[in-house]
Design a protein around this ligand. Structure first.
Ligand SMILES: *Cc1c(COP(=O)(O)O)cnc(C)c1O
Length: 667
């Protein structure tokens, strides 16, 4: 629609501004697209672009093993699995587990730290069975365990295989049944730690201890922990999770009270863990260090009271650098895993040495960091939503047209690189005039139409001139946003990236093919829900947030696929049923010597599944529909054949996918 050669070079720097496009060779175009989409910034080494111009996923620690995402999608299509589809790469989960484990191992060695490091994966981040089971498969090698925050999560955890020395930590508010399940877990041989969040939980715990020991004095009991409310706060969107006003955590007096009660009951030996969690996606390492200092002091003081706490649970919060900027911006983090580990280990060690207490084993509840990378959502662009009318033949304007239309034509014909700003302002004025005249009944609908087209023509030209300048003023950036293409993407923001809608959290988005061709369009994405909030109009950028994304021109006969990256943490379970778009298809991919292997395909929700969520019974719906059609047949409005055809079609649709059939796949 628009010619964006100059603006493309504006983003890509000097090089392309000087070299005409035809002289750029293929590999440098691929390099440019990698830079445009920031693959190397946010990809953590897992993602790249191959010579065919397709997005690839690398197996961790081995760049020679790659999977071509476009090929995966084509293979899935052959199995009638169409986009949107969620691709899971368990190897990336393994990669993150090893990164975290190795980072701590290295710091522990480097700083002669005398404790250990263990992780418990917070199930709430992604409770999908496949994710948890794959996590345990790799994590068990390092005694990584689980963290459950609700009865349902605990219920599942109790029946999963954990390694013998791994922990099962229980946070969140608990009733008596929750606690009883925890005791059952301990009896079944799990290393359960109940983290006391409220005084009432301690009361129930005491009564359960009495109940169980009355039957069997030697019964194995769970361990206990306490969650402290730190004065230190995190940074970023979840800053409120920490600090004195936080929802969770016990005050100093409450903790001292718990200790006193446990001592009086002769159960102080059960207290093994001190926990805090100052929020998710902690963007600033300084804040993390401060929290560590405060927590390590608290640990030390309790330890000095002669209470043998073994574990210091530093919570979750390790951030994912979604935009790749390595800054303390909300969607980023100004540290990496090694710096995080170094700071945690070093700070805790220094405080413990200062206080003369043993170094605790550090428990970490990192969820986002472990699971974000492993899942990507691939969707297709269904269409473009036209907002700006294109091309008008200037000959259509003649002497009879109103003055305002003629003037707009004149602007369009004589706009140039010197006057474009002034002419753009004039065009804005003329448009106002156009609408005023229309509202007063002075011009026809046709005149209005012509005027609008000419106005956008002037804008388009003004934009092109503006973008050639070294500094593009804000008004032309706004104009760009107004004029950009709107691509209709076959997915639901509410279902698949709810945090983008609710929290303006950014996720990298990149085409999975054509990356050896310059993206010539600027676009925002609209999803297929009937909700004007269902859009993506903020995109990752190294220095800022981009209001538009560089994308390729759509062609009629060819699908165009985009991947929304790093959606493995929180999005799946938080995604909702808005407009009854159900869970998308899912495929599990193994990256091997010969590329990808599709290990498993799980079909997404059908119309019947989506309707069941809101308590519709498809059998009943079918009966009702059938009855309505039968009546029409009886009344003679439909032939029996027509009626049966209708019923058959209606019934068959119950098993269809809730998303749109991609263009070109309709039969
Ligand atoms: C949510 C939560 C976590 C996970 O935080 P991430 O930022 O995903 O690492 C850890 N601990 C507790 C108590 C939580 O509530």
């Amino acid at each position: 629609m628009l010619h964006f050669y100059y603006t493309w070079s504006f983003y890509c720097g000097e090089f392309s501004r000087r070299a005409p496009p035809e002289k750029i060779n293929l590999s440098s175009i691929i390099e440019q697209t990698r830079e445009t989409y920031g693959v190397d910034n946010w990809g953590a080494g897992y993602f790249g672009v191959n010579r065919k111009g397709n997005l690839v996923v690398h197996a961790p620690e081995n760049d020679n093993l790659t999977a071509d995402v476009f090929e995966i999608i084509n293979d899935l299509r052959k199995r009638d699995i169409n986009t949107p589809v969620l691709l899971r790469f368990p190897q990336l989960l393994f990669g993150q587990i090893r990164k975290l484990h190795n980072a701590f191992k290295k710091s522990i060695k480097e700083f002669d730290y005398e404790g250990d490091h263990l992780c418990v994966y917070p199930m709430k981040v992604n409770q999908n069975r496949a994710v948890i089971e794959e996590y345990l498969r790799e994590g068990s090698r390092y005694n990584f365990g689980l963290e459950a925050g609700s009865k349902a999560e605990l219920y599942a955890a109790l029946a999963l295989d954990q390694s013998k020395d791994s922990l099962l930590v229980l946070n969140g508010f608990k009733d008596r049944d929750f606690l009883k399940l925890a005791f059952a877990g301990a009896s079944a041989g799990k290393n359960v730690v109940i983290v006391i969040e409220k005084m009432s939980e301690l009361r129930h715990t005491f009564s359960l201890i009495d109940e169980i020991t009355a039957e069997d004095p030697d019964a194995v009991l769970p361990m206990l922990g306490v969650r402290v409310k730190l004065y230190s706060k995190g940074s970023g969107k979840w800053e409120k999770s920490g600090g004195e006003a936080a929802k969770f955590g016990l005050t100093t007096t409450e903790i001292l009270d718990i200790i006193r009660q446990l001592q009086e009951a002769g159960r102080i030996d059960m207290l093994k863990l001190l926990h805090f969690h100052i929020g998710s996606q902690l963007t600033d390492i300084k804040r993390i260090k401060n929290a560590m200092k405060e927590a390590a002091r608290t640990y030390s003081k309790i330890r000095q009271m002669g209470i043998p706490i073994d574990y210091l649970d530093v919570g979750g919060g390790m951030a994912v650098d979604y935009d790749g900027s390595r800054t303390s911006f909300e969607s980023s983090a100004n540290y990496n895993a090694q710096e995080f580990a170094n700071d945690v280990i070093y700070v805790i060690k220094m405080v413990c040495n200062d206080e003369n207490v043993p170094h605790p084993t550090i428990i970490q509840e990192s969820g986002r960091y472990l699971s974000a990378y492993h899942a990507i959502l691939v969707t297709n662009i269904q269409d473009e939503i036209e907002t700006v009318v294109e091309d008008i033949d200037p000959l259509l304007v003649d002497g009879d047209d109103p003055q305002v239309v003629k003037e707009l034509l004149d602007l369009r014909e004589s706009i140039n690189s010197k006057n474009y700003r002034e002419y753009y302002h004039d065009a804005l004025e003329h448009r106002e005039e156009l609408f005023t005249m229309f509202n007063l009944g002075l011009i026809t609908l046709e005149d209005k139409g012509k005027g609008e087209v000419l106005f956008w023509d002037v804008c388009e030209r003004a934009d092109q001139f503006a973008q050639q300048k070294k500094y593009v003023s804000e008004e032309f950036d706004d104009l760009r946003r107004l004029m950009c293409a709107k691509y209709l993407a076959n997915f639901s923001v509410f279902r698949s990236v709810p945090d983008n809608w609710a929290l303006e959290q950014l996720f990298p988005i990149i085409p999975i093919h054509k990356l050896n061709k310059k993206p010539t369009e600027y676009a925002t994405l609209c999803d297929i829900t009937c909700d004007s909030d269902g859009i993506v109009d903020k995109f990752v950028d190294l220095h800022d947030v981009k209001p538009v994304l560089e994308l390729h021109k759509l062609s009629k006969n060819e699908p165009y696929y985009l991947a929304i990256m790093l959606v493995g943490a929180y999005q799946e379970v938080m995604g909702n049923n808005h407009n009854l778009f159900g869970v998308p298809h899912e495929a599990h991919i193994f990256i091997g010597e010969d590329g990808h292997i599709i290990k498993k395909v799980i079909a997404g929700a059908t119309l019947a599944d989506a309707l069941e969520v809101v308590r519709f019974d498809t059998v009943q719906l079918r009966d009702n529909f059938r009855r309505a059609v039968m009546k029409r047949i009886k009344d003679g409005a439909l032939s029996t054949k027509q009626g049966n055809g209708l019923i058959e079609f209606y019934e068959s649709q119950a098993d269809s996918y809730t998303y749109l059939s991609p263009n070109g796949t309709d039969s």
